[in-house]
Design a protein around this ligand. Structure first.
Ligand code: NDP
Length: 258
């Protein structure tokens, strides 16, 4: 079955690199117009590079917008710009932006905890609220896909308690929001990736040797590719996922098997 995504409009938060870039590419390959969001001035060129790749390779509409999605005043302008660049309502929202502080509770200041919660959780509240407020009066429905992590369920013994807690919140936020908005034909699902080689994991996967060692503990013997998560997102955004909402999808290569 076709995903039937051609011509739909999406915002992918944190798409200047890593998983967000990978998701943006898979969606664009399906014909989705994608607004590439990023937060930091230094990432502008990278984000523009992603957007021009989408336009030149897949012929979709794309553009970039810098917004810190954890800041209330920066979220509505992000949607305004997306609707302008993509020339229509945004009916696919991929909440991917995230950070992962590496610090034990013993050594952590309060700021590190608050920053993690703001980027990984406040952003969901703000982005989803804006999406719902805009789309309910239009009766256009929509799909929200939030990126959590296996850490929400597995935790970590080496200083990722803030992160694990924030991703646990992502999971339960999605379950409850799905119940609130199903009547508007808005679906909310959560995707849990396993371990990808991105800037976020560079502190653990420092070199080839570290990757090799890590791979030995993985059921499938290798790290995950960003496109493998992207394909799950495309499935959830498309027609084939017509009876899935409030669900948590495991793309961890067996890290969450039960
Ligand atoms: P990266 O660090 O490679 O990329 C993070 C992206 O998020 C960047 O585009 C960054 O923008 C953006 N970003 C950070 N803070 C904000 C903010 N406040 N507002 C808007 N954008 C922001 O991370 P990954 O690609 O690895 O991670 C993406 C998501 O996947 C995260 O939610 C992460 O928790 C999740 N995940 C990752 C796993 C992994 O193994 N890598 C495993 C499981 C889940 P800028 O360039 O401007 O900094």
């Amino acid at each position: 079955m076709e995903h039937n995504l051609k011509g739909k409009n999406a915002i992918v938060t944190g798409a200047s690199r890593g998983l967000g870039e990978g998701i943006a590419k898979v969606l664009a390959e399906e014909g989705v117009n994608v607004l590439v969001n990023y937060a930091h001035a230094g990432s502008e060129e990278k984000a523009k590079g992603v957007a021009s790749f989408l336009v030149s390779t897949y012929g979709v509409k794309s553009g970039v917008f810098r917004a810190d999605v954890s800041k209330e005043d920066q979220v509505p302008p992000l949607f305004d710009e997306a609707e302008k660049i993509l020339e229509g309502p945004v009916t696919l929202l991929i909440n991917n932006a995230g950070i992962c502080p590496h610090v034990t509770i013993m050594d952590s200041d309060f700021k590190s905890w608050k920053d993690c919660m703001a980027t990984n959780v406040d952003s969901l509240f703000l982005m989803c609220r804006e999406f719902i407020r805009r789309n309910v009066p239009r009766s256009c429905g929509g799909r929200i896909i939030n990126i959590a992590s296996q850490a929400a369920f597995n935790g970590s013994k080496n200083g990722k308690t803030h992160y694990s807690a924030s991703k646990g919140a992502v999971v339960s936020f999605g379950i409850s929001l799905a119940k609130e908005v199903a009547k508007y034909n808005i679906f909310v699902n959560t995707v849990c990736p396993g371990m990808l080689l991105t800037e976020l994991t560079a502190i653990t996967l420092t070199d080839e040797e570290a990757v090799k060692k890590y791979n030995q503990n993985l059921l499938l013997g290798r790290l995950e590719e960003v496109a493998e998560v992207g394909r799950m997102v495309a499935f959830l955004a498309g027609d084939a996922a017509s009876y899935s909402t409030g669900a948590v999808f495991d793309v961890t290569g067996g890290m969450m098997s039960r």
